[in-house]
Ligand binder design. Structure first.
Ligand code: NAD
Length: 546
């Protein structure tokens, strides 16, 4: 293994141009491109970084910069052992960062230790290529001492044979032999995309998930056969960040979009604001052939959705959720609503979207507290229907990766498909919400929804344990996971009986019995109204912060 591993001539040219990512912070998993020399790691990595607006790191370049000399010089002066040590340290360091596109050296991930370190930080992709094509691509490369031999083919084949096993352990493999850099980049980006189909009582729609998809909304919306005049509903916070991307993409696809703004916040999720939206729709010339695109968190989704359900007796709706909570919960399932002074979501409708587009890159600008709210709902989804999601969150996720979001969405989809109009099964989505809602109300909504749900999840689980319905180990795992993600598991400031009263009053007002959703195991829940009050009071007493 030698010096000539270091990027082809073409690659090093690009590698020296580090792409300044346009994201201030990024919580997304890294994308790590590895493979043999001549497979195009650096060019492909750079192209992907450009397309996704991510920061690009070429490991070879970074080591050269840190050492202040070229790779051949490092090898000549310090020896290969020193270089491999640098590589190992860099793998450990990069594994602590997120949101990067990383092109590794050809031998960097041969040691299992390095593969594991970087593997925990994101998606590993190995590029492959026919030997003949590698020879052709490297024909002009002069910085490859390893290939300065009489029989280059034989040397490449020998090296490849030595590394084949290690490369084969990389989960994703792409044969680049007959592909351009752009085509390979597209295939890698495809690995970051998912499509989930949802059946509804009247048809079906698709949820598209993928980084950078906000810039392809126009293309995706076109496939829905919508009219040209479309309204993008957003608020100033989200609009300033993402409306121009959406509008540009719509225009490129031949739409005539216009932006409708409403103030930011749950306080504005009212009929008055919806009324202002109707005014903006009329002024913008929206007719029943157009569409409403809801760009924002759950508040925008619910409110724009309600406006879309009612304006000219209904126009098509596209959900573009930009908070984790809206991605894993609010944008899926067709419930839309506004608040009334007497209660949240009292005025609403069922309005299935034509399309949902989830672009996790938007989470880069979301603040921590909002992110935590989303985590609480994702953990809830794991408890309700996906032990593997729960385990994934436990094992390594402290950033919302696309697979995690997709799995949480699948849990919700399975439930709403079974019960689209909330007649039965959908009640399980209230896991943690009976307790949580009471705490929210008692706190005068100073306790955030996600925090309240978090405590509610623990309370529900502890109740299930107290009733002998659930193993105590589940409660321990749940509490540990919530705490790791910065969510509370205890409350303070109220007495257990006050919480009971708040739960009971809420139900009484709606003329219903107090029902509890209780976990029986990870991924399995039950709904019951047979929970004795003393058990609940005892559970709440033990959850009180002292
Ligand atoms: N319809 C349903 O099935 C359903 C399910 C759950 C919740 N909801 C509703 O969802 C609402 C809560 O949604 P939410 O938690 O998304 O709150 P939200 O919509 O108020 O968004 C939270 C804050 O984050 C900002 N924001 C959104 N995206 C951002 C981004 N990418 N970068 C920076 N800032 C961003 C928003 O402007 C807002 O200030 C509630 O009204 C709730 O009733 C509906």
């Amino acid at each position: 293994m030698g010096v000539s591993e270091w990027a082809s001539g073409q690659g090093s040219k690009y590698a020296r141009e580090q792409v300044a990512g346009n994201l201030q912070t990024c919580r997304l998993a890294n994308l790590i491109i590895t493979g043999f020399m001549g497979t195009g790691k650096s060019e492909v990595g750079l192209e992907i970084a450009r397309r996704l607006g991510r920061e690009f790191v070429d490991m070879d370049t970074l080591i050269e910069q840190q050492a202040g000399m070229t790779i051949p010089e490092i090898f000549a002066q310090q020896g290969e052992g020193f270089f491999r040590q640098q590589e190992r340290q860099l793998c450990q360091g990069l594994a602590q960062r997120r949101g990067l596109v990383i092109a590794t050296g050809g031998g960097a991930l041969i040691p299992e230790e390095n593969r594991q370190a970087l593997g925990t930080s994101g998606l590993l992709v190995c590029l492959n290529c026919d030997v003949g094509e590698i020879l052709r691509r490297l024909a002009q490369a002069e910085d490859r001492p390893l290939l300065e031999v009489a029989d280059r083919r034989e040397r490449i084949e020998t090296l490849l044979a030595q590394r084949r096993e290690a490369y084969s352990r990389i989960p994703h493999q792409i044969d680049t032999t007959s592909l351009t850099v752009e085509e390979v980049a597209e295939r890698v980006i495809e690995l970051l995309r998912e499509k989930i189909a949802v059946r509804t009582p009247t048809g079906s729609y698709e949820i598209h998930l993928g980084e950078g998809l906000l810039a392809r909304v126009g293309e995706l919306a076109r496939q829905q056969g919508l009219g040209d005049r479309v309204a993008v509903v957003t608020n100033p916070t989200v609009g300033d960040l993402y409306a121009s991307t959406v509008v540009k993409s719509l225009q490129e696809a031949g739409f005539e979009p216009f932006v409708c703004q409403v103030p930011d916040g749950e306080a504005y999720k009212t009929l008055d604001t919806v009324s202002s939206l109707y005014d903006q729709f009329v002024a913008g010339g929206l007719d029943r052939y157009g569409a409403v695109l809801a760009l924002g968190g759950g508040v925008i989704g619910d409110m724009a959705g309600f406006a879309a359900a009612t304006y000219v007796r209904g126009v098509p709706l596209v959900q573009l959720p930009t908070t984790l909570l809206a991605m894993v919960d609010a944008s899926v399932g067709g419930k839309v609503a506004v608040d009334h002074p007497r209660g949240k979501n009292l005025i609403g409708a069922f309005k299935q979207p034509e399309l949902v587009v989830i672009d996790p890159l938007t989470l880069a600008t979301l603040d921590e507290a909002e992110m935590r709210s989303g985590w609480a709902e994702a953990i809830k989804a794991g408890m309700i229907g996906s032990p593997s999601l729960f385990e994934q969150l436990e094992e390594r996720e402290d950033e919302p990766s696309l697979p995690v979001i997709a799995e949480a969405v699948r849990v919700k989809v399975a439930i709403v498909e079974e019960d689209p109009y909330e007649k039965g099964r959908r009640a399980v989505l209230n896991l943690g919400h009976t307790f949580g809602h009471a705490l929210e109300v008692l706190s005068g909504f100073t306790l955030r929804h996600g925090e309240a749900v978090s405590i509610g999840l623990v309370a529900a689980t502890r109740t299930a344990v107290a009733l002998g319905l659930c193993d105590q180990a589940v409660e321990g795992r749940l509490a540990a996971l919530l705490q790791r993600l910065g969510l509370p598991t205890r409350y303070q400031g109220y007495e257990p009986r006050e919480i009971w009263e708040a739960m009971a009053t809420d139900k009484k007002r709606r003329g219903k019995k107090l029902r509890f959703v209780l976990p029986q195991a990870l991924g399995q829940v039950m709904v019951t109204d047979q929970v004795p009050k003393p058990v609940v009071l005892e559970v709440l007493e033990r959850l009180k912060e002292r």
